[in-house]
Design a protein around this ligand. Structure first.
Ligand SMILES: NC(=O)c1ccc[n+]([C@@H]2O[C@H](COP(=O)([O-])OP(=O)(O)OC[C@H]3O[C@@H](n4cnc5c(N)ncnc54)[C@H](OP(=O)(O)O)[C@@H]3O)[C@@H](O)[C@H]2O)c1
Length: 320
């Protein structure tokens, strides 16, 4: 198998961490560009991995750090922006992607793997999906580049922000658990399967100029997914589906909570079911995992970690 020098943007996040680990196992040499090198020092233990602090929105930084690479992987993405104008999404998804293409051209890098999202399109209902769709269209229009786009539904696995977030919320809730958009449908895909598609595409010229929808093997409503989460963590909760108006109101309210657990833009994204119209792309040889096989494993470990934190707090031992 050929080994490449790969620059990864957004490599310090949930998917990035899983992807870096697989890429290093395959013998590639990696450069991870991050805004916070100290916070992500742990990535340095990965063999052949360099972690560089950079302002990737600054074209000079991009130009400097992409030198001598064969491939760029762009995983940068945000689910929420400050306010609700779309400008934050546009900057993180569209403008940054344009700068990446410019920097790639300056160094003769032709191969780009671009993370998009299922149902991303310039006319989608949310800023998130619209900006992802614009970025995707832009990169696929670059005829001199070898671009592959990936369009996953919600991704699960150790460190995810879906099941872990719902598990935390369910644990914190006393009484009914009000759930917005309970009928919205998802086809959750395992992070290991997404990573496999990325890694395989590196060696497959047939994937140049293509965009792939990636869904897990089963579809569920949000209500079913939250009920499943409650069962896994052993919490009996009355999950109360909210109607359209109450869901919109909840989004308006939670948008002002720290960390924006739910926003108006998230609400708009959920107007489209996050499920695939097409079959799994046959070009990727992947035996897709189900949530039932994977999620209990890491949510249970999460529980032990939370218990450990409780013991630490009760014993006033922050140094444990
Ligand atoms: N998770 C899912 O279910 C899912 C589903 C479909 C698509 N996606 C897409 O997959 C990609 C990765 O998702 P993830 O779940 O791994 O996200 P994540 O854990 O939040 O990581 C996002 C990464 O992007 C970088 N980043 C965030 N905001 C940035 C900004 N304003 N400027 C520059 N860098 C920024 C961060 O890097 P530093 O902080 O190190 O700079 C971080 O490593 C995203 O594009 C997301 O839209 C995710």
């Amino acid at each position: 198998m050929k080994h490449y020098r790969i620059a990864v943007l957004g490599g310090s996040g949930f998917i990035g961490t899983h992807l870096l680990s697989r890429l290093t196992k395959e013998g590639h040499r990696l450069t991870v560009l991050t805004r916070h090198r100290e916070r992500h020092r742990h990535l340095l233990v990965l063999p052949g991995t360099n972690v560089i602090q950079a302002d990737i929105h600054n074209p000079q930084h991009l130009q400097r750090y992409l030198v001598d690479h064969d491939i760029v992987i762009n995983l940068v993405g945000i689910l929420n922006e400050q306010g609700d104008t779309g400008q934050g999404f546009h900057k993180a998804h569209v403008v940054l992607t344009e700068k990446i293409i410019t920097a790639c051209r300056q160094h003769g890098i032709k191969r780009l793997l671009q993370m998009s999202a299922l149902h991303a399109a310039p006319d989608a209902p949310s800023h998130y999906l619209r900006s992802k769709g614009q970025a995707e269209r832009f990169v696929l229009n670059q005829d001199d580049m070898h671009v592959t786009c990936f369009r996953p539904s919600v991704i699960f696995g150790p460190g995810d922000s879906f099941f872990i977030r719902f598990a935390q919320l369910l644990r914190m809730t006393i009484g009914p658990f009000p759930l917005a958009c309970a009928k919205a449908r998802f086809a959750p895909i395992y992070v290991g399967d997404v990573v496999s598609a990325f890694c395989q595409s590196i060696h497959l010229p047939q994937t140049y100029g293509q965009a792939y929808d990636l869904c897990g093997p089963k579809t569920y409503t949000l209500f079913e997914l939250v009920t499943f989460t409650a069962q896994v963590i052993g919490k009996r909760r009355w999950i109360m589906p909210l109607g359209k108006l109450a869901s919109a109101l909840q989004a308006n309210l939670l948008e002002y909570f720290p960390g924006k657990p739910f926003s108006r833009d998230n609400y708009r994204s959920m107007k489209i079911d996050s499920i695939c119209d097409k079959h799994w792309p046959e070009i990727f040889n992947v035996e897709r995992a189900t949530i039932e096989a994977i999620v209990p494993e890491y949510l249970t470990h999460q529980r032990s970690r939370d218990r450990y934190m409780d013991i630490r707090q009760h014993s006033h031992r922050e140094d444990l």
